[in-house]
Ligand binder design. Sequence first.
Ligand code: GLU
Length: 294
Amino acid sequence: MFIRRLGAIGAVAALTFTMAACGSDDTTDTADGGDTGTGEDTGAGGDDGAMMDSLRIGIKFDQPGLGLREGDAYTGFDVQVAEYIAGQLGVDAANIEWVEAPSAQRETLLETDQVDLVVATYSITDERKERVSFAGPYFIAGQGLLVRADETEITGPDTLEGKVLCSVTGSTPAQRIADEYPGVQLQEYGTYSECLPALLSGQIDAITTDDTILAGYAAQDQYAGQLKLAGEPFSEERYGVGTQKGSELCQEVNAAIEAMIEEGAWEQAVQDTLGAADFTPGPGNPPEVVEDCA
Ligand code: GLU
Protein backbone atom coordinates (compact mmCIF):
# COMPACT_ATOMS: atom_id res chain seq x y z
CA MET A 1 0.00 0.00 0.00
CA PHE A 2 2.83 2.35 0.90
CA ILE A 3 4.57 1.47 -2.34
CA ARG A 4 1.41 2.07 -4.32
CA ARG A 5 0.94 5.48 -2.74
CA LEU A 6 4.51 6.51 -3.50
CA GLY A 7 3.97 5.36 -7.04
CA ALA A 8 0.89 7.52 -7.29
CA ILE A 9 2.69 10.56 -5.97
CA GLY A 10 5.52 9.94 -8.39
CA ALA A 11 3.08 9.69 -11.26
CA VAL A 12 1.40 12.97 -10.32
CA ALA A 13 4.75 14.72 -9.92
CA ALA A 14 5.91 13.45 -13.32
CA LEU A 15 2.66 14.52 -14.93
CA THR A 16 2.87 17.99 -13.36
CA PHE A 17 6.43 18.39 -14.58
CA THR A 18 5.47 17.30 -18.09
CA MET A 19 2.53 19.72 -18.22
CA ALA A 20 4.70 22.57 -16.97
CA ALA A 21 7.31 21.82 -19.60
CA CYS A 22 4.71 21.62 -22.34
CA GLY A 23 3.06 24.77 -21.09
CA SER A 24 6.22 26.80 -21.22
CA ASP A 25 7.08 25.44 -24.68
CA ASP A 26 3.59 26.19 -25.93
CA THR A 27 3.72 29.71 -24.59
CA THR A 28 7.01 30.38 -26.37
CA ASP A 29 5.75 28.89 -29.68
CA THR A 30 2.53 30.85 -29.61
CA ALA A 31 4.29 34.12 -28.88
CA ASP A 32 6.76 33.63 -31.74
CA GLY A 33 4.13 32.46 -34.22
CA GLY A 34 1.79 35.27 -33.30
CA ASP A 35 4.38 37.96 -33.81
CA THR A 36 5.39 36.64 -37.21
CA GLY A 37 1.79 36.26 -38.30
CA THR A 38 0.90 39.78 -37.32
CA GLY A 39 3.88 41.13 -39.26
CA GLU A 40 2.80 39.32 -42.42
CA ASP A 41 -0.84 40.30 -42.01
CA THR A 42 -0.01 43.93 -42.63
CA GLY A 43 -0.12 43.04 -46.33
CA ALA A 44 2.03 43.24 -49.41
CA GLY A 45 2.26 47.01 -49.76
CA GLY A 46 5.54 47.96 -48.15
CA ASP A 47 7.21 44.57 -47.93
CA ASP A 48 8.01 43.49 -51.48
CA GLY A 49 9.80 40.22 -51.97
CA ALA A 50 8.63 38.70 -48.68
CA MET A 51 6.01 35.96 -48.56
CA MET A 52 2.62 37.60 -48.46
CA ASP A 53 -0.71 36.65 -46.97
CA SER A 54 -2.86 38.78 -49.20
CA LEU A 55 -2.85 40.96 -52.31
CA ARG A 56 -5.02 43.87 -53.42
CA ILE A 57 -5.60 43.59 -57.14
CA GLY A 58 -7.31 46.12 -59.39
CA ILE A 59 -9.46 44.62 -62.16
CA LYS A 60 -12.40 45.69 -64.27
CA PHE A 61 -15.80 44.76 -62.82
CA ASP A 62 -17.88 45.18 -66.00
CA GLN A 63 -15.95 43.50 -68.83
CA PRO A 64 -17.28 39.97 -69.49
CA GLY A 65 -14.56 37.50 -70.49
CA LEU A 66 -11.86 39.73 -68.93
CA GLY A 67 -12.84 41.12 -65.56
CA LEU A 68 -16.41 40.70 -64.40
CA ARG A 69 -18.02 40.83 -60.96
CA GLU A 70 -21.31 39.04 -60.43
CA GLY A 71 -22.26 39.16 -56.75
CA ASP A 72 -19.10 37.99 -55.04
CA ALA A 73 -17.89 35.94 -58.02
CA TYR A 74 -15.09 37.29 -60.22
CA THR A 75 -14.47 35.82 -63.67
CA GLY A 76 -12.51 36.48 -66.84
CA PHE A 77 -9.05 36.23 -68.35
CA ASP A 78 -7.59 39.06 -66.23
CA VAL A 79 -9.00 37.40 -63.11
CA GLN A 80 -7.35 34.10 -64.02
CA VAL A 81 -4.04 35.83 -64.79
CA ALA A 82 -4.25 37.65 -61.46
CA GLU A 83 -5.05 34.44 -59.56
CA TYR A 84 -2.16 32.61 -61.22
CA ILE A 85 0.27 35.41 -60.34
CA ALA A 86 -1.02 35.50 -56.77
CA GLY A 87 -0.49 31.73 -56.52
CA GLN A 88 3.11 32.10 -57.68
CA LEU A 89 3.61 34.78 -55.01
CA GLY A 90 2.24 32.39 -52.38
CA VAL A 91 -1.18 34.02 -52.03
CA ASP A 92 -4.31 31.91 -52.11
CA ALA A 93 -7.09 33.13 -54.43
CA ALA A 94 -9.35 33.44 -51.38
CA ASN A 95 -6.95 36.05 -49.98
CA ILE A 96 -7.12 38.38 -52.96
CA GLU A 97 -8.98 41.61 -52.34
CA TRP A 98 -10.50 42.62 -55.70
CA VAL A 99 -10.69 46.38 -56.24
CA GLU A 100 -12.53 48.00 -59.15
CA ALA A 101 -10.01 49.77 -61.40
CA PRO A 102 -11.76 51.89 -64.07
CA SER A 103 -9.49 52.96 -66.93
CA ALA A 104 -8.85 56.51 -65.71
CA GLN A 105 -8.04 55.46 -62.13
CA ARG A 106 -5.45 52.73 -62.64
CA GLU A 107 -2.31 54.83 -62.18
CA THR A 108 -3.76 56.65 -59.19
CA LEU A 109 -4.81 53.40 -57.47
CA LEU A 110 -1.18 52.23 -57.64
CA GLU A 111 0.37 55.59 -56.75
CA THR A 112 -1.80 56.03 -53.66
CA ASP A 113 -1.15 52.44 -52.48
CA GLN A 114 -4.76 51.35 -52.79
CA VAL A 115 -3.75 48.27 -54.80
CA ASP A 116 -0.62 46.14 -55.18
CA LEU A 117 -1.31 45.10 -58.78
CA VAL A 118 -3.53 46.17 -61.66
CA VAL A 119 -4.61 43.44 -64.09
CA ALA A 120 -7.25 45.35 -66.03
CA THR A 121 -6.85 45.30 -69.84
CA TYR A 122 -4.05 47.74 -69.09
CA SER A 123 -1.98 48.68 -72.15
CA ILE A 124 1.71 49.30 -71.59
CA THR A 125 2.59 52.84 -72.73
CA ASP A 126 5.57 55.13 -72.19
CA GLU A 127 3.34 57.78 -70.64
CA ARG A 128 1.94 55.34 -68.05
CA LYS A 129 5.45 54.02 -67.37
CA GLU A 130 6.29 57.41 -65.87
CA ARG A 131 3.87 56.65 -63.02
CA VAL A 132 3.81 52.83 -62.71
CA SER A 133 6.06 49.85 -63.48
CA PHE A 134 4.79 47.23 -65.90
CA ALA A 135 5.37 43.49 -65.96
CA GLY A 136 4.45 41.60 -69.11
CA PRO A 137 3.04 41.75 -71.64
CA TYR A 138 0.70 38.83 -70.97
CA PHE A 139 -1.64 39.44 -73.96
CA ILE A 140 -1.77 41.40 -77.21
CA ALA A 141 -5.14 42.90 -78.18
CA GLY A 142 -6.04 45.48 -80.82
CA GLN A 143 -8.42 48.43 -81.00
CA GLY A 144 -11.71 47.62 -82.70
CA LEU A 145 -15.20 48.95 -83.35
CA LEU A 146 -18.48 47.58 -82.02
CA VAL A 147 -21.58 48.55 -84.01
CA ARG A 148 -25.26 47.55 -84.27
CA ALA A 149 -25.81 44.37 -86.28
CA ASP A 150 -27.53 46.31 -89.10
CA GLU A 151 -24.72 48.88 -89.47
CA THR A 152 -23.33 49.03 -93.04
CA GLU A 153 -21.40 52.34 -93.20
CA ILE A 154 -18.83 51.71 -90.49
CA THR A 155 -16.33 49.13 -91.72
CA GLY A 156 -13.08 50.41 -90.18
CA PRO A 157 -11.39 53.49 -88.70
CA ASP A 158 -11.36 55.30 -92.06
CA THR A 159 -15.16 55.25 -92.25
CA LEU A 160 -15.74 57.17 -89.00
CA GLU A 161 -15.86 60.75 -90.33
CA GLY A 162 -18.81 62.52 -88.73
CA LYS A 163 -19.81 59.47 -86.67
CA VAL A 164 -20.51 59.56 -82.94
CA LEU A 165 -18.28 57.21 -80.99
CA CYS A 166 -18.23 56.19 -77.36
CA SER A 167 -15.10 55.27 -75.48
CA VAL A 168 -13.72 55.64 -71.96
CA THR A 169 -11.79 58.47 -70.35
CA GLY A 170 -8.15 57.60 -69.67
CA SER A 171 -8.02 54.78 -72.23
CA THR A 172 -5.60 54.43 -75.14
CA PRO A 173 -8.42 53.90 -77.71
CA ALA A 174 -10.09 57.20 -76.74
CA GLN A 175 -6.73 58.95 -76.96
CA ARG A 176 -6.03 57.43 -80.40
CA ILE A 177 -9.39 58.60 -81.78
CA ALA A 178 -8.82 62.11 -80.42
CA ASP A 179 -5.28 62.25 -81.83
CA GLU A 180 -5.66 60.54 -85.19
CA TYR A 181 -9.33 60.85 -86.24
CA PRO A 182 -10.30 64.47 -85.63
CA GLY A 183 -13.49 64.15 -87.74
CA VAL A 184 -15.03 61.79 -85.17
CA GLN A 185 -17.39 63.04 -82.47
CA LEU A 186 -16.03 61.28 -79.41
CA GLN A 187 -18.09 60.87 -76.26
CA GLU A 188 -16.12 59.68 -73.24
CA TYR A 189 -17.80 57.72 -70.47
CA GLY A 190 -16.39 56.26 -67.24
CA THR A 191 -16.72 52.59 -68.24
CA TYR A 192 -17.40 50.74 -71.48
CA SER A 193 -20.58 49.11 -70.20
CA GLU A 194 -22.11 52.61 -69.97
CA CYS A 195 -21.68 52.95 -73.76
CA LEU A 196 -23.84 49.90 -74.54
CA PRO A 197 -27.33 51.34 -73.94
CA ALA A 198 -26.33 54.42 -75.98
CA LEU A 199 -25.29 52.19 -78.89
CA LEU A 200 -28.45 50.10 -78.78
CA SER A 201 -30.70 53.16 -78.63
CA GLY A 202 -28.95 54.83 -81.57
CA GLN A 203 -27.52 57.77 -79.56
CA ILE A 204 -24.05 56.74 -80.69
CA ASP A 205 -22.84 54.91 -83.81
CA ALA A 206 -20.04 52.76 -82.41
CA ILE A 207 -18.07 51.86 -79.31
CA THR A 208 -14.32 51.74 -79.66
CA THR A 209 -11.86 49.92 -77.44
CA ASP A 210 -9.89 46.65 -77.46
CA ASP A 211 -11.35 43.84 -79.59
CA THR A 212 -11.21 41.53 -76.54
CA ILE A 213 -13.57 43.77 -74.57
CA LEU A 214 -15.92 44.33 -77.52
CA ALA A 215 -16.12 40.59 -78.25
CA GLY A 216 -17.03 39.98 -74.62
CA TYR A 217 -20.01 42.34 -74.84
CA ALA A 218 -21.14 41.06 -78.26
CA ALA A 219 -21.25 37.50 -76.87
CA GLN A 220 -23.60 38.38 -74.00
CA ASP A 221 -26.94 36.55 -74.22
CA GLN A 222 -28.88 39.77 -73.75
CA TYR A 223 -27.31 41.30 -76.88
CA ALA A 224 -27.58 38.18 -79.09
CA GLY A 225 -28.01 39.19 -82.75
CA GLN A 226 -27.89 42.93 -81.96
CA LEU A 227 -24.17 43.78 -82.12
CA LYS A 228 -21.13 43.01 -84.29
CA LEU A 229 -17.47 43.91 -84.56
CA ALA A 230 -16.65 45.99 -87.66
CA GLY A 231 -13.37 45.72 -89.59
CA GLU A 232 -9.93 44.65 -88.43
CA PRO A 233 -8.01 45.65 -85.29
CA PHE A 234 -6.13 48.93 -85.89
CA SER A 235 -3.67 49.14 -83.01
CA GLU A 236 -1.53 46.93 -80.82
CA GLU A 237 -2.59 46.92 -77.17
CA ARG A 238 0.05 45.12 -75.10
CA TYR A 239 -1.54 44.18 -71.78
CA GLY A 240 0.77 44.57 -68.81
CA VAL A 241 0.39 44.03 -65.10
CA GLY A 242 0.76 47.40 -63.41
CA THR A 243 2.77 47.51 -60.18
CA GLN A 244 3.70 50.41 -57.95
CA LYS A 245 6.60 52.38 -59.46
CA GLY A 246 9.88 50.63 -58.62
CA SER A 247 8.18 47.72 -56.82
CA GLU A 248 10.29 44.57 -56.43
CA LEU A 249 7.09 42.64 -56.99
CA CYS A 250 7.31 43.51 -60.69
CA GLN A 251 10.09 41.03 -61.58
CA GLU A 252 8.26 38.28 -59.67
CA VAL A 253 5.17 39.05 -61.72
CA ASN A 254 7.23 38.75 -64.92
CA ALA A 255 8.40 35.30 -63.79
CA ALA A 256 4.83 34.30 -62.93
CA ILE A 257 3.53 35.35 -66.37
CA GLU A 258 6.33 33.34 -68.04
CA ALA A 259 5.43 30.30 -65.94
CA MET A 260 1.73 30.68 -66.77
CA ILE A 261 2.49 30.67 -70.50
CA GLU A 262 5.02 27.80 -70.27
CA GLU A 263 2.81 25.56 -68.15
CA GLY A 264 -0.16 25.86 -70.50
CA ALA A 265 -2.31 27.67 -67.93
CA TRP A 266 -2.35 30.76 -70.17
CA GLU A 267 -3.77 28.77 -73.11
CA GLN A 268 -6.36 27.14 -70.85
CA ALA A 269 -7.41 30.51 -69.41
CA VAL A 270 -7.79 31.98 -72.92
CA GLN A 271 -9.99 29.06 -73.95
CA ASP A 272 -12.13 29.23 -70.80
CA THR A 273 -12.74 32.96 -70.93
CA LEU A 274 -12.19 34.66 -74.31
CA GLY A 275 -12.84 31.39 -76.15
CA ALA A 276 -16.33 31.32 -74.65
CA ALA A 277 -16.92 34.67 -76.40
CA ASP A 278 -15.68 33.14 -79.69
CA PHE A 279 -12.59 35.32 -79.53
CA THR A 280 -9.35 33.98 -81.00
CA PRO A 281 -6.14 35.75 -79.93
CA GLY A 282 -4.44 37.62 -82.78
CA PRO A 283 -0.81 37.50 -83.92
CA GLY A 284 1.86 37.81 -81.26
CA ASN A 285 0.02 35.67 -78.72
CA PRO A 286 1.10 34.31 -76.36
CA PRO A 287 3.57 37.18 -76.12
CA GLU A 288 7.15 37.11 -74.99
CA VAL A 289 7.60 38.73 -71.59
CA VAL A 290 10.00 41.57 -72.37
CA GLU A 291 9.14 44.41 -69.98
CA ASP A 292 12.02 45.34 -67.65
CA CYS A 293 9.87 46.81 -64.85
CA ALA A 294 11.49 50.23 -65.30
N1 GLU B 1 -6.21 48.59 -73.27
C1 GLU B 1 -6.69 49.93 -73.34
C2 GLU B 1 -6.15 50.77 -72.20
O1 GLU B 1 -5.43 50.31 -71.37
C3 GLU B 1 -8.20 49.99 -73.38
C4 GLU B 1 -8.91 49.14 -72.40
C5 GLU B 1 -9.21 49.82 -71.10
O2 GLU B 1 -9.56 51.02 -71.08
O3 GLU B 1 -9.13 49.14 -70.08
O4 GLU B 1 -6.41 51.95 -72.13
